[in-house]
Write a protein that binds this ligand. Structure first.
Ligand code: ADP
Ligand code: ASP
Ligand code: MG
Length: 415
C-alpha cells in the first residue's frame, strides 16, 4: 500500500462546494488503495482577510500573535474537509501543524521546518483514516505556534511526503501545471510536462508563485517526486524531478517576474576594505534581505553602492542607513521604487554563451530600461520599471522560443 501526500491551495477549497469535491477526490484515491495525507490551505483569500484584521488594529502586530491569528485559517479548512469526508462515510481526522509533529525554528512569520515526528500521522493512516493536516504551520521548541511564510502549505506537504517516505506529493491548484511563465500575464505561456528541481527552484525563488521555494528545496533534498496539477480538471500535470528528458534543446525553459522592488543607492562612501561588510552586516542584522548589489569606484576613488530590497523593507533600510550615517560616512542616499525583476531560467544556459546578450537586446528593442542585472549558472535577471514588467516578460517569452507555436518548430527541428 503506497502513501501519497496531496495539497489543495486556497482557491481549490474556496467554498463548501469545492471542499466537498476535495473530499470526493480523497475518497477516490483511498478506494484506489492508497494511504492518503492531505494538506490544505485557508479557504480562498481568508489569510489576506486575517492580515487586514490585524492591520485595522495595529501597524506593528506582535509576530507571535500574528502567527496565532493566521494559523486559524487552515484550521477552518481541515475540520470542514473531515466533515465532508464523514458525510461520504470515510473515516478521517484533522491535525494542526503541531499535532502532525511539525517542528520549526523559533522565529515567526517565515519559520523553517526543522524536524517532523511522523508517528501520529502514521498511526492514523494505519487505522485506515484519511489524514488532513493544516498547511503553513508548525510549533517551535519554545512551544509557540509558527508559520512558514506565505504560500507555505506547499512546504508542509512536501516535508510530510519526505518524512513519510511517500510515493509522491501532488500540489493541486488553480492551474493545470507549471507553465513557461505565469499564464495570467503571458498569454502564450504553455504547460511544461516536466522540469528539473534546480530549474523549478530557480523559478520559484525568482517569483514564480506556483510553488513555495522551500517546497522545491525539500523535494530536491529528499528526492520526492513532485507533481503540480489542477484541482478542477483531471488532466496531466507537471512533474518536478531530477533530470527531465523533455525539451533538452531549449536553452531557456521558463521565466519569472516579481514587482515591489526598490533600488537604494549610497553615494560617496569611503573606499575601504570593510565598507561593504559594514553596510550589509547592519542590514542583515535587522533581517533585511538584499538581492542585487552593484559597487562602483568613482574617478576620485570614493565608492558608490546600489542594492535592491523588497519595497516593504525600504523604510527600515533607510532608517538603518540614517542611524549609522556617522559611522558609514557617505554623502547621500537615494532610492527608487516601482521597480520589478524579470528573470529567464534554464539549465542549458551553462553551455550557451550569449543568452544574457540576447536578453538585453530584446529589452533594448522594446525600449525598456535595465537598471540592475544579476546572473547565476542557470538564470539571468534584470531589474526594470514595474510598468514595463509584463511587456518585458512577453517579449522575452517570444525571443527565447517559449511561445506555443515556436516550441512546435523547435521540437520539429530536433526530431
Ligand atoms: P494555491 O492557492 O493553490 O497555492 P497559488 O496562487 O499560490 O495557488 O499558485 C497558483 C498561481 O501561480 C497560478 O494561478 C498562476 O497565476 C501563478 N503562477 C506564477 N507562475 C506560474 C508558472 N510558471 N506556472 C503556473 N502558474 C504560475
Ligand atoms: N494560507 C497561507 C497563505 O495564504 C498559506 C498557503 O496558502 O500556502 O499564504
Ligand atoms: Mg500557493
Amino acid at each position: 500500500m503506497a502513501t501519497v501526500v496531496q495539497k489543495f491551495g486556497g482557491t481549490s477549497v474556496g467554498d463548501t462546494a469545492k471542499i466537498k469535491r476535495v473530499a470526493e477526490r480523497i475518497k477516490r484515491r483511498m478506494e484506489a488503495g492508497d494511504q492518503v495525507v492531505t494538506v490544505v490551505s485557508a479557504m480562498g483569500k481568508s489569510t489576506d482577510k486575517l492580515v487586514d484584521l490585524a492591520n485595522d488594529i495595529t501597524d506593528d502586530p506582535d509576530p507571535r500573535e500574528m502567527d496565532m491569528l493566521l494559523t486559524t485559517g487552515e484550521q477552518v479548512t481541515i475540520s470542514l474537509v473531515v466533515m465532508a469526508l464523514n458525510e461520504l462515510n470515510v473515516e478521517a481526522v484533522s491535525l494542526t501543524g503541531w499535532q502532525a509533529g511539525i517542528q520549526t525554528e523559533c522565529t515567526h512569520g517565515d519559520a523553517r521546518i526543522t524536524d517532523i515526528d511522523k508517528s501520529a500521522v502514521q498511526d492514523y493512516l494505519d487505522e485506515g483514516k484519511a489524514v488532513l493536516v493544516a498547511g503553513f504551520q508548525g510549533i517551535s521548541d519554545e512551544g509557540n505556534i509558527t508559520t512558514l511564510g506565505r504560500g507555505g502549505s506547499d512546504t508542509t506537504a512536501v516535508a510530510l511526503a519526505a518524512a513519510l517516505g511517500a510515493e509522491s506529493c501532488s500540489i493541486f491548484t488553480d492551474v493545470t501545471g507549471v507553465f513557461t511563465a505565469d499564464p495570467r500575464y503571458v498569454k502564450q505561456a504553455r504547460q511544461m510536462p516536466s522540469i528539473s528541481y534546480d530549474e523549478m527552484l530557480e523559478l520559484a525563488n525568482l517569483g514564480a508563485g506556483v510553488l513555495h521555494p522551500r517546497a522545491v528545496e525539500f523535494a530536491k533534498n529528499y528526492s520526492v517526486p513532485l507533481i503540480v496539477a489542477s484541482s478542477m480538471e483531471e488532466v496531466e500535470g507537471t512533474l518536478v524531478e531530477e533530470e527531465p528528458s523533455m525539451e533538452k534543446n531549449l536553452v531557456v525553459r521558463g521565466l519569472a517576474f516579481e514587482k515591489d522592488i526598490t533600488k537604494i543607492s549610497i553615494e560617496r562612501l569611503p573606499n575601504q576594505y570593510d565598507t561593504m561588510a559594514v553596510i550589509f552586516k547592519l542590514l542583515a542584522n535587522e533581517g533585511i534581505n538584499v538581492d542585487l548589489i552593484i559597487q562602483q569606484t568613482t574617478s576620485d576613488h570614493a565608492l558608490n553602492v546600489s542594492f535592491s530590497v523588497d519595497t516593504d523593507k525600504l523604510g527600515r533600510a533607510l532608517e538603518i542607513l540614517e542611524e549609522n550615517k556617522a559611522e558609514l560616512c557617505y554623502s547621500m542616499v537615494r532610492h527608487q521604487s516601482m521597480l520589478s525583476k524579470v528573470s529567464i531560467v534554464g539549465s542549458g544556459m551553462i553551455s550557451n554563451p550569449g543568452v544574457a546578450a540576447d536578453m538585453f537586446e530584446t529589452l533594448s528593442e522594446e525600449e525598456i530600461e535595465i537598471m540592475m542585472v544579476s546572473t547565476s549558472e542557470i538564470g539571468v535577471s534584470a531589474v526594470v520599471p514595474e510598468s514595463d514588467m509584463i511587456k518585458a516578460a512577453n517579449a522575452l517569452h517570444s525571443k527565447f522560443k517559449l511561445d506555443a507555436e515556436e516550441l512546435e518548430k523547435v521540437e520539429a527541428l530536433s526530431s
